[in-house]
Design a protein around this ligand. Structure first.
Ligand code: NAD
Length: 491
């Protein structure tokens, strides 16, 4: 697979048409597996951001919000179907731009398609309540779309995470401006064109590539914007919350994690080893929900680490488009250096390197951003590799003796996004699920989520929920209506 099949240049997509950068700026996109130039993409600035909001606002007022929910459902369902039909094409684009193996890209694309179908099914079910009140009155609530919604996406699941927040926003009758990460805008731009083909009216979805500081902040601060859905790092999430607070603008923040994968001695250790492996090395560990802390019962620690490191050493590393590849490159050279920096830090802080720890240097990989699957054992909870989000293929292992110790280690984090529990004992599983301070707990499977199940974090992993039926709440507001129908009082 090569970049020759791609257009050489991608424009912004605003108001249903391709729009060049007003200043003629563009970014060069590199293939992370070999750093070859893939294409260029137009880069917008504050002017384009304001224009995108203007188009989204116009589209909001010209009928999408008032359209019959069943109409919106049909358009979104068609879009989901088109995306499924073109899954191969979108997966190739994602793999070339982001680096992950084709199999993973395809899972992401089909997840996005299924999200669209799921939210399409809810589009005509956005309804209020009738509330009993005293006297000759009727009281009811209606749920209205909120207006122009802004969506800021990261580079690790470029299409899937964009669609995750766009689908409920559009289903509820809002319009949207999406700002994908500048490193990985290709599938989002292709998706906007597909949405037009599916019948989404012009201006309902606008996609704008550009620097977060300029484009992102202009969007967050625009007085015509009703909400901001942000998925990305903790630092930028804080900045967005601060900016949005100036305008009392609601935000959802889907931020980072340092998720525990807890293996009890009674678990099926072979099964657990596979789950822990995929939980950290899928997407080369560039996952907010990565199970980056293995918390393993001391009595099985060495046996478990043995199984795990054997599996890790066998993982086939290579360009995402090659058959059988199980781990691709990191998204950029910067990200690779950052990850290698953590590996160095782990060693200098005294953790034991069980496997990996270097750039992957097999012939053919030298030009790419490849890092070996890396496992540290005997880590202390206060080490940087135990506390900070590395966002790469690096697992930190900590040992426990008792259930209480396992819970204390699991909860010893400023984050609380995902968590895994491996045990055959039903009461251990449920007790752990009750004690773990995280938005999601998965027993004997990792990582797993569905469009119909909520995704969100405790603590500094974020605010609000994506996916599931309640995701619609953020994109609607409730209006209470009271009607007095009693006879006028006699004087
Ligand atoms: P990032 O915060 O650097 O960037 C995310 C997006 O924000 C990009 O589109 C970027 O251009 C934009 N941005 C940057 N500065 C901005 C600013 N000042 N104002 C407005 N927008 C700005 O994150 P990243 O490096 O792309 O992604 C990795 C991070 O995302 C990790 O921390 C990861 O855990 C997190 N993440 C969370 C989830 C989740 O669902 N909780 C999912 C995926 C990734």
């Amino acid at each position: 697979m090569s970049s020759t099949e791609l257009p050489k240049h991608y424009e912004l997509f605003i108001g249903g048409r391709e729009v060049p950068s007003s200043k003629g700026e563009k970014t060069t996109l590199l293939n992370p597996a070999n750093r070859a130039v893939l294409a260029t993409a137009a880069v917008g600035g504050a002017e384009e951001a304001r224009y995108a909001v203007e188009e989204a606002e116009r589209a909001f007022r010209s009928g999408w919000a008032e359209a019959d929910g069943a109409h919106r459902a049909r358009v979104l369902f068609r879009l989901g179907q088109l995306l499924s039909e073109r899954a191969e094409e979108f997966s190739r684009l994602e793999t070339l731009n982001q680096g992950k193996p084709l199999r993973e890209s395809k899972t992401d694309v089909l997840f996005a398609a299924r999200t669209l179908e799921y939210m399409a099914g809810l589009a005509d079910k956005v309804q209020g309540d009738s509330i009993p009140v005293p006297g000759e009155r009727m009281d009811y609530t209606v749920r209205e779309p909120i207006g122009v919604t802004v969506h800021i996406a990261p580079w690790n699941y470029p299409l899937q995470l964009s669609v995750r927040s766009l689908a409920p926003a559009l289903a509820a009758g809002n319009t949207a401006v999406l700002k994908p990460a500048t490193l990985t805008p290709l599938t989002a731009l292709a998706f906007a064109r597909l949405a037009k083909e599916a019948g989404l009216p012009d201006g309902v979805l606008n996609v704008l590539v550009g620097p977060g500081r300029e484009v992102g902040e202009t969007l967050v601060e625009d007085p015509r914007v009703a909400s901001v859905s942000f998925t990305g790092s903790l630092e930028v999430g804080k900045r967005i919350m601060e900016l949005a607070s100036r305008h009392v603008r609601p935000v959802t923040l889907e931020l980072g994690g340092k998720s525990p994968n807890i293996v009890f001695a009674d678990a099926d250790l072979d099964r657990a080893a596979r789950g822990v492996l995929y939980g950290i090395f899928l997407n080369a560990g560039q996952m907010c929900w990565a199970g980056s802390r293995l918390i393993v019962q001391r009595s099985v620690q060495e046996a478990f680490l043995g199984k795990l490191s054997e599996l890790a050493r066998k993982l086939k590393i290579g360009p995402g488009w090659e058959p059988g590849v199980e781990m691709g490159p990191l998204v950029s050279e910067d990200q690779m250096q950052r990850v290698l920096g953590y590996v160095e830090k782990g060693q200098s802080e005294g953790a034991r390197l069980v496997t990996g720890g270097h750039r992957a240097g097999a012939p053919g990989l030298e030009k790419g951003n490849f890092v070996e699957p890396t496992i540290f054992a005997d880590a202390r909870p206060d080490m940087a590799i135990s506390r900070e989000e590395i966002f790469g293929p690096v697992l930190t292992s900590l040992a426990f003796d008792t259930f209480e110790e396992a819970m204390a280690l699991a909860n010893d984090s400023t984050y609380g996004l995902f968590s895994g529990v491996w045990t055959k004992d039903l009461s251990t599983a449920h007790r752990a699920a009750r004690h773990i301070q995280a938005g999601m707990v998965s027993v004997n499977e990792y990582p797993v989520t569905f469009p119909q199940t909520p995704f969100g974090g405790y603590k500094q992993s974020g605010i609000g929920w994506e996916q599931g039926i309640h995701a619609l709440d953020f994109y609607t507001r409730t209006k209470n209506v009271n009607v007095f129908f009693g006879a006028p009082r006699k004087k």
